[in-house]
Design a protein. Structure first.
Length: 251
């Protein structure tokens, strides 16, 4: 249960963006009916790609607003605006974690997760859980979902990812008893794929997307005065390097 951010930009990715996102750790909506109001303070992570090449990846436990390492990582990403050549695009993922179990609070379970397949580095983050608890003590359900997507992936394109997400959804229903939410973001460092899906509690499992000219932002909750109309359930949205948005209905 988490708050997520994904950015594809042909222009600057400003430091202010990371400050506003970090505030969701304390001000963001908690799951409806949750037994506590601890926010999303159990871990954080940032990843940044430049034209498909991974430039920054940092994860840790604890609350992002209290972590100097979070702001130092954000500053490294913001500095890429000065150093990169014209025409190069950036893809950024950010994640604020609310662990489903206190026993799963280690740094290794903070998102985004990375995995290389056929020479491509993929990054993945997720908000939600599988209904059937994972038998693997070394992986949380988000990592299992990541593997389900990658195992069904034939290529990096929108249609390839659409088919893989559909296959992962079917496996989650068949083999893991369903899910609370399949809200996810996946990137190969060039395009950003965002999918919103849930079985209940749709007020919490939200994704919003807005186009700011040189940048498209997708987040769990609006930041930077984004429009407050959530993405529809069951539709994969792919933001391409040239900031076009492709859509396919999954469920």
């Amino acid at each position: 249960m988490c708050r997520m951010m994904g950015v594809v930009s042909q222009g600057p990715v400003y430091y202010d963006l990371f400050e506003e996102f970090a505030e969701l750790a304390t001000t963001g909506m908690c799951p409806v009916g949750a037994p506590d109001e601890r926010g999303h303070k159990d871990g954080w992570g940032l990843a940044c790609f430049e034209d498909g090449a991974l430039k920054v990846h940092m994860r840790d436990v604890g609350a992002a607003p209290d972590a100097s390492k979070y702001y130092g990582t954000a500053w490294k990403i913001a500095k890429l605006n000065i150093e990169r050549a014209p025409g190069r695009s950036l893809v950024v993922l950010g994640h604020l974690r609310r662990a489903s179990s206190k026993a799963r609070g280690a740094q290794k379970w903070s998102h985004p997760f990375l995995e290389e397949r056929d020479g491509t580095t993929w990054a993945f983050q997720h908000n939600g859980s599988l209904e059937k608890e994972a038998a693997d003590p070394d992986r949380i359900d988000s990592q299992i979902l990541f593997s389900l997507v990658l195992d069904a992936l034939d290529g990096p394109g929108h249609e390839d990812v659409s088919k893989a997400v559909r296959a992962a959804r079917e496996a989650a229903l068949k083999d893991y008893g369903g899910f609370t939410s399949l809200n996810l973001m996946l990137t190969d460092g060039r395009s950003l794929h965002a999918y919103r899906d849930f079985r209940s509690n749709g007020e919490y499992y939200t994704l919003y997307q807005d186009h700011f000219g040189e940048m498209v932002i997708t987040t769990s909750e609006p930041i930077l005065a984004m429009k407050a109309e959530p993405l529809p359930r069951g539709v994969l949205h792919t933001v391409t390097p040239d900031l076009e948005v492709q859509r396919t209905t999954i469920a």
